[in-house]
Design a protein around this ligand. Structure first.
Ligand SMILES: [Fe+2]
Ligand SMILES: [Fe+2]
Length: 134
């Protein structure tokens, strides 16, 4: 299933919405590749991009948490950390079978991202807005 952006995912900050949309696009690219005859190299390449990009995205959010003294900062950073551990665990499993695991990975990523957007990320909307970020 491809991810589709909806307004309810917006955190009201263009820079961060764009990063989330970029993550949607990358996951969707993986879905597209898996719908054809997936090549291992292609799958690995997209997953690598995704890992890099989410790192960059978490750094962006966490930088604002620190800057604004966000009250849920520690809890939210912990969620990012748990995600990293689960993602690394999945990738570590892959060995020669990255294609099979890529299906599992897509399910995990989609579930996690959509849930994280409407729960954790929504919680900082007020704080970021209060500090004039848009
Ligand atoms: Fe986020
Ligand atoms: Fe987050």
């Amino acid at each position: 299933m491809k991810l589709q952006w909806e307004d309810k995912y917006s955190v009201g900050v263009k820079l961060i919405d764009d990063q989330h949309k970029m993550m949607f696009d990358t996951i969707n690219k993986l879905v597209d590749v898996l719908a054809e005859v997936p090549q291992k190299e292609e799958v690995n390449e997209i997953v690598k991009d995704l890992v890099e990009y989410k790192k960059f995205h978490f750094v962006t959010e966490e930088k604002y948490f620190d800057e604004f003294n966000y009250e849920n900062s520690e809890e939210h950073k912990q969620k990012h950390k748990e995600f990293n551990i689960r993602l690394e665990g999945l990738i570590a499993e892959w060995g020669n079978d990255s294609v099979t695991l890529a299906f599992k990975l897509v399910d995990f990523l989609e579930d996690w991202l959509l849930d994280h957007l409407i729960t954790e990320d929504q919680k900082y909307v007020e704080c970021f807005a209060k500090h004039g970020l848009k």
